[in-house]
Design a protein around this ligand. Structure first.
Ligand code: TUI
Length: 310
């Protein structure tokens, strides 16, 4: 299946792996790229040196294209943005902010830039700033989210930009891919399902929480201070939401979540860790390899779409 995204990125299948902090490290990124999708290293809150090392390790494992996702709330975002340009990374995606200040540097380095947006206004702004494509991410997604659903956001973004649009949020199988293409998307970005991939280094406890999750098992914390984060309900989210309801200050809430994503991913702390996952977790039923996941999605998606190029 050829689209402007597969052509732009030089990949076989229109599937991009989410740039998930702590989870999207070199092993996962290389496995997704080797399987024909676009693997991403998720810089999250990591220092630039860590990201540089991850880039080297993906290069050792695969000759296929891969990218780096830069979380713009990271105080080290400037250093990581420069490292991406210096290392000659082919693709950069960004999240949780406006990457406008880096665009000229990245374009000069020949990087394909794909900002994640959660609104039509941001999509238009990114196109004007020189983005090669945008990811339109709905609030079904795990992690830091906007307020629109994928179903509402994607076609509205498609209608106002001429660059290709990648759909994200609530997609984990070929039906999701086909639906996204019907809305005008030319690729999908998938996070939650790849957290559970065999090659993912996420702790087994975290993977099992996703695999065991029902449709209604995610919760959004942080709405009161403008940084909503979707994650699977546990003792931490219950405590957080209780404090939020009582009007606790941001500093107190922040204490609960400091280091909590690392605790979930590395220690498997499913009680007090942050189990970021999307609403589609309920659809994920077993661990599979990245290749199996991608081939299954493509087979089902192409069957539903009638095997055509977009
Ligand atoms: O960035 C994400 N998802 C993330 S980042 C993350 S790390 C984190 N950890 C703890 C607390 C908070 C974050 C976990 N998940 N997705 C992409 C995304 N970007 N979703 C929404 C946005 C977004 C929001 C506002 C993009 C641009 C934007 O613009 C605001 C502005 O600056 O004008």
């Amino acid at each position: 299946m050829k689209t402007r995204i597969t052509e732009l990125l030089g990949i076989e299948y229109p599937i991009i792996q989410g740039g998930m902090a702590w989870v999207a490290e070199h092993t996962l990124a290389a496995a997704v790229s080797e399987a024909g999708g676009l693997g991403l290293i998720g810089a999250g809150g990591a220092p630039a040196e860590f990201v540089e090392e991850q880039i080297r390790r993906v290069r050792e494992a695969t000759d296929k294209p891969f990218g780096v996702n830069i979380m713009l709330m990271n105080p080290q975002a400037d250093a990581i943005a420069q490292a991406a340009a210096r290392e000659g990374v082919k693709v950069v995606t960004t999240g949780a902010g406006n990457p406008g200040r880096y665009m000229a540097m990245w374009k000069a380095a020949g990087i394909k830039v794909i900002p994640v947006v959660a609104s039509v206004a941001m999509a238009k702004m990114m196109e004007r700033a020189g983005a090669d494509a945008v990811v339109a991410e709905g609030m079904e997604s795990g992690g830091h989210i906007g307020s629109l659903t994928t179903m509402a956001l994607v076609p509205q973004v498609v209608d106002v930009v001429s660059i290709p649009v990648v759909a994200a949020g609530g997609i984990a199988d070929g039906r999701g891919l086909a639906a996204a293409f019907m809305l005008g998307a030319e690729a999908v970005q998938i996070g939650t399902r790849f957290v559970t991939a065999r090659e993912s280094i996420a702790h087994e406890n975290y993977k099992n929480k996703i695999i065991g999750a029902k449709d209604i098992d995610s919760e959004v914390t942080g709405m009161s201070h403008g940084h909503p984060v979707r994650q699977i309900r546990n003792r931490m989210t219950r405590e957080y939401l209780r404090l939020e309801k009582e009007g606790a200050p941001f500093e107190e809430l922040e204490q609960l979540t400091l280091g909590a994503l690392r605790r979930a991913v590395e220690d498997g702390d499913v009680v007090n860790g942050t189990l970021m996952a999307g609403q589609i977790a309920g659809l994920v039923k077993e661990q599979r390899s990245c290749r199996e996941i991608i081939l299954e999605i493509m087979e089902q998606g192409e069957r539903l779409l009638g095997n055509r190029d977009v």
